[in-house]
Design a protein around this ligand. Structure first.
Ligand code: NCD
Length: 496
C-alpha cells in the first residue's frame, strides 16, 4: 500500500489538507471495509502498542478503537474514566503523555474534557524526542476528527457522494464537537448547502457558520424537509448548566417524530454520532433511513486505517522547531529634521503627533481600542520607569485605512522582547524611536502563528490547564485571533 509520509497525528480536521483527507485517508478507510466485514485480521505486530486515555465517557469511539487494535494484532492499554489516572491527583497532561510514551506507547488515543490536549501532547512528545503519534478522540467542545472521517465514509456508503447535497444539522450545535469537525471537512467540498436547526441556547459558533456563506438557520425541525442528509447532535447537558425545565424543552424540540419522518425525503440519510437520548423514539428508530448503527460500525475500518497510517509515520517530525517567530526590522533611519520635513511636505496629519517629543518612542498604527491595553501592559511589565508622560491619542482618522491609535512614550525606549510581545498581538504596530536627533522606524515580519503572549479566554483550554502549555495564537485575516490549541476564535482585544 502507498506510504503516506505526511499523516502522523490525527488532531483536528483543520490540520488536514483537503488532499490528505479525501485523496489519502478516505480511500485507505474504504480499503479496510472488506477486511472488517469478513473479520480478517491484519499481519500481527505485537511489538506495537496503542494507549487509550479516555477521561470522558465513550462507547463507540473506544469500542471501535479496541476492535481495530484487535484486528491489527497489536498491544493495547486502556486508561478509562476521569478517576483512573494520576490526572485525578492533579498530575499534568504533559507528564502523563511523557510517561505513557516512556512505557512504549506508539499511538496515544486521547479523549479529554480539556480542549487542545491532543495537539499539546503530540507537540510535546515530538519535542521531547518520543516517536509517538496522537489521535484526538474528542477534546471537550472542540473537535472529533476521527468521528468526521467515519461520518464521511458513511456518507459515501449511504448517499454515494461527497459533493452537491443539502445537509441539515439539529440539536446541540454549540458544543457538539462532531458537528464542528464535520462542517470543517464539508467546507472543503463543493455545492454543499447547510441548514441549521438550533435554539438560542445551542447556537453554532460564528467561526463555523462563516465556513458556509449561504448557511440558513431555523428553530423548527420542519426546516429539514428538503435535506438529503439530516445529522443530529445530542444536547451535551454535561457542558451546560440547564435547569430541568429548559433541558426538557430542548429535548422535546430536538425529537424526530413520526410526523417529521413522514415529511422528510424518501431517500434522506439520517445520521447521528450517538449516543442519542430522546432524538429517536422507539417507534421511529426502525426506519431504514436512520443508518446510525452502520455509521458507528464505520468507525472500525476508519480506525484501522488511521492507526496503520500513524504506525507508518511515527518517525515523521511534523511540528517545526521553536525559533524566534518575529523578526524586528528597522525600515527607516533618518535624521529627525529630515523626517519632519518629509512629513510636512506630505501634508500628513501625523506630523503633529511626532513634534511633542525629541526623545522617546511613538507606537503607531495601533488598532482602535487596543492602545489602552498596550499602555496597561507596559505599566505591568515595568517598562515605563523613566520620567515623562505616557500619552494616548485615540482614534486618529487615517486618510486611507480607517482609524488608528497612537501611544507616545516620552523618554522611554522599549526592550525588543517587549516590542515583540506587543507586535505578536497587533502586527500592524510600528515603533518610532526618536533619540539624539535621529528617527528610527521599527516594524516586524510576523508569521501568522505567535507563541508566548496573550491569554486564551477559554477556561477549558489546555493553555489554562497545564503549566507547560505555551499560549499560541494564529492571526486570522478577519483581525481576530484563533487559539492554536482549543481552536476558539476571539476578537483581538479579548485575548490580550
Ligand atoms: C459524540 C462525542 O463524544 O462527541 N459521540 C461519539 O464520539 N460518537 C457525541 C456525544 O457525546 O453526544
Amino acid at each position: 500500500m502507498e506510504k503516506c509520509e505526511s499523516v502522523k497525528n490525527i488532531l483536528s480536521i483543520s490540520d488536514l489538507s483537503c488532499e490528505q483527507l479525501f485523496k489519502i485517508i478516505l480511500p485507505k478507510c474504504e480499503e479496510e471495509i472488506s477486511f472488517v466485514e469478513k473479520r480478517i485480521p491484519h499481519e500481527n505486530d505485537p511489538t506495537k502498542k496503542v494507549q487509550l486515555l479516555f477521561t470522558e465517557p465513550s462507547t463507540r469511539t473506544r469500542g471501535s478503537n479496541i476492535e481495530a487494535i484487535g484486528l491489527l494484532g497489536c498491544r493495547c492499554d486502556q486508561i478509562v474514566g476521569a478517576e483512573a489516572s494520576a490526572l485525578a491527583k492533579k498530575e499534568s497532561f504533559a507528564n502523563t503523555a511523557r510517561m505513557l510514551a516512556k512505557f512504549n506507547a506508539d499511538i496515544l488515543v486521547a479523549r479529554t474534557k480539556t480542549e487542545g490536549v491532543p495537539k499539546f501532547m503530540a507537540e510535546l512528545l515530538e519535542k521531547n524526542g518520543y516517536q509517538c503519534a496522537v489521535h484526538n478522540a474528542g477534546d471537550g467542545t472542540n473537535q472529533h476528527p476521527t468521528q468526521t472521517i467515519l461520518d464521511l465514509l458513511t456518507l459515501k456508503r449511504h448517499l454515494g457522494r461527497l459533493d452537491n447535497f443539502t445537509i441539515g444539522f439539529f440539536g446541540d450545535l454549540k458544543y457538539g464537537r462532531t458537528v464542528h469537525s464535520l462542517l470543517t471537512a464539508l467546507s472543503y467540498r463543493s455545492d454543499i448547502n447547510v441548514v441549521l436547526v438550533d435554539t438560542q441556547e445551542t447556537k453554532l459558533q460564528k467561526q463555523y457558520k462563516e465556513l458556509f456563506p449561504a448557511i440558513t438557520g431555523s428553530d423548527e425541525m420542519e426546516a429539514l424537509v428538503d435535506c438529503d442528509v439530516v445529522y443530529g447532535a445530542r444536547i451535551q447537558e454535561e457542558r451546560f448548566d440547564f435547569d430541568p425545565v429548559t433541558l426538557a424543552r430542548l429535548r422535546a424540540k430536538f425529537t424526530v417524530t413520526p410526523q417529521l419522518l413522514n415529511s422528510l425525503k424518501s431517500n434522506v440519510v439520517i445520521m447521528h454520532p450517538m449516543p442519542y437520548v430522546q432524538e429517536f423514539p422507539p417507534d421511529v428508530r426502525r426506519d431504514k433511513r436512520i443508518i446510525i448503527d452502520d455509521q458507528a460500525w464505520c468507525g472500525v475500518p476508519v480506525r484501522i486505517a488511521l492507526l496503520k497510517l500513524s504506525f507508518e509515520n511515527l518517525e515523521a517530525r511534523v511540528f517545526p522547531e521553536d525559533r524566534p517567530e518575529i523578526v524586528l526590522d528597522t525600515v527607516e533611519n533618518v535624521s529627525l529634521a529630515e523626517y519632519r520635513l518629509h512629513k510636512v511636505r506630505k501634508g500628513g496629519e501625523e506630523k503633529q503627533y511626532f513634534y511633542p517629543i525629541d526623545c522617546g518612542t511613538v507606537i503607531d498604527h495601533i488598532p482602535v481600542s487596543i492602545g489602552s491595553k498596550i499602555k496597561q501592559f507596559l505599566f505591568t511589565k515595568g517598562q515605563l520607569k523613566n520620567e515623562g508622560p505616557v500619552h494616548l491619542i485615540d482614534r486618529i482618522k487615517k486618510m486611507q485605512h480607517g482609524e488608528k491609535e497612537v501611544l507616545i512614550l516620552r523618554n522611554n525606549f522599549l526592550e525588543d522582547r517587549v516590542k515583540m510581545a506587543i507586535i505578536s498581538l497587533s502586527p500592524t504596530v510600528t515603533f518610532n524611536e526618536i533619540l539624539n536627533g535621529r528617527f528610527r522606524k521599527i516594524k516586524a515580519n510576523i508569521p501568522s502563528k505567535v507563541r508566548g503572549f496573550g491569554k486564551c479566554p477559554n477556561a477549558a483550554c489546555i493553555t489554562n490547564n497545564d503549566p507547560e502549555a505555551v499560549q499560541t495564537f494564529i492571526h486570522m485575516g478577519t483581525g481576530s485571533l484563533k487559539c492554536w490549541y482549543c481552536e476558539k476564535e476571539f476578537p483581538k482585544d479579548e485575548a490580550i
